[in-house]
Write a protein that binds this ligand. Structure first.
Ligand SMILES: [Zn+2]
Ligand SMILES: [Zn+2]
Length: 360
């Protein structure tokens, strides 16, 4: 998935020093999920008004979650004869029920339970919709949290978390569905309050994740559409934000990769080059950030590789050499071992490119 959780300032994905995988049970190993909110503010809790009791502190999402993907049920399906319930995509990979071990004779849709899950999402996981515009109190409440067992998350963050769990379990349709709701909600907010940097960067990141879903599902055309749109929104955000420029350049590279695999080298070069420009600009502002310099070197290598495949050997050699010079002048402190390993492996790759020239 795309590197940055759009709702929480998380560490950059390639910054190993900020990652603490597995520290909290169920925490995203890539650091995408936000930490549980401190129960300090009055906004941290929803007052228990829901007739279904979803708001109460004791409410658990467990019965609405799929034990296989650990996310809210999607395409809720019942195993027969044992009646255990999972997402359709999740359970369809099993012959025996993972909960009780019974042979699965057939799988039946459980529309009743799915309706309850969908009502929960509509009422409690989505950012407040614009029909409450006149009601100032409700608009203020749009950052309300979802109480999720002992963790509470902002609504958008919660949907992104659910989608990432589904994505990791390879339930791509579930992930796409949650992200689409999230994107719709952010678009509505954008229409209401205009293109703020926060909303544009959130939408850009969510659209990038939707692109990842389509790519994982083998739908390159839709993936490119989402990545393109992601680039549009991220380009509206001021370029000082490291995370935003990183996400932007990653989305550009992903389009470049898809064009490359499709054999459209000119288009691939154009996107790789745009990513390179974004990264070059970023180091003008943050020249002391080593991971940014690595990013520039990798971008140079991508452009040079396409140049070589296009027959522009002179440009290719120039690009590889520039990347080598950058990495050779980069000195890392002794704590940055992960970065140093990456620097050395990229450097080795680049040097090989100069040694192993393609046949004329
Ligand atoms: Zn599932
Ligand atoms: Zn069972």
């Amino acid at each position: 998935m795309t590197p940055v959780c759009p709702f929480a300032k998380a560490g950059r994905p390639d910054d190993a020093s900020v990652k603490k995988p597995g520290e909290i049970q169920g925490k995203c190993p890539a650091g995408y999920e936000s930490k549980p909110k401190q129960e300090s503010g009055e906004s941290a809790r929803i007052s228990p008004k829901c007739p279904f009791g979803y708001d109460s502190d004791t409410f658990k999402l467990g019965p609405f979650s799929c034990m296989i993907c650990q996310a809210l049920l999607f395409d809720c399906s019942k195993c027969m004869p044992c009646s255990h319930v999972y997402c359709k995509a999740c359970i369809s990979r099993f012959k025996d029920c993972p909960l009780c071990g019974a042979d699965i004779e057939k799988i039946e849709p459980d529309t009743n339970l799915q309706n309850v899950v969908d009502r929960f999402i509509e009422g409690h996981a989505r950012i407040k919709r614009s029909q409450v515009n006149e009601d100032k109190e409700e608009v203020v409440g749009q950052k309300k949290t979802v109480i999720y067992e002992d963790v509470s998350l902002e609504r958008g963050t919660f949907l992104v978390q659910q989608s990432m769990r589904a994505f990791r379990a390879n339930n791509i349709e579930s992930a796409k569905s949650r992200l689409s709701l999230c994107a719709d909600d952010i678009r509505e907010q954008l229409e209401r309050i205009g293109n703020t940097a926060e909303l544009c960067s959130q939408l850009g990141a969510v659209l990038g994740m939707l692109g990842d879903c389509c790519r994982a599902a083998g739908d390159a055309a839709s993936a490119i559409t989402y990545f393109d749109e992601s680039v549009d929104f991220l380009s509206k955000v001021p370029k000082e934000d490291l995370e935003v420029t990183h996400t932007l350049s990653v989305s550009l590279n992903k389009i470049g990769d898809l064009k490359y695999y499709d054999g459209d080298l000119q288009a691939a070069r154009s996107y790789y080059f745009q990513a390179l420009e974004v990264r070059r600009n970023a180091i003008k502002h943050h020249s002391s950030v080593p991971s940014q310099i690595l990013d520039v070197a990798i971008s140079l290598a991508k452009v040079a590789d396409v140049d070589r495949n296009l027959g522009n050997e002179g440009a290719a050699v120039g690009g590889f050499q520039e990347a080598i010079n950058l990495l050779e002048s980069l000195t890392l402190s002794s704590e940055e071992t992960a970065l140093e390993q990456r620097r050395l492996s990229v450097l080795e790759f680049l040097n090989n490119q100069l040694v192993n020239k393609p046949p004329e």
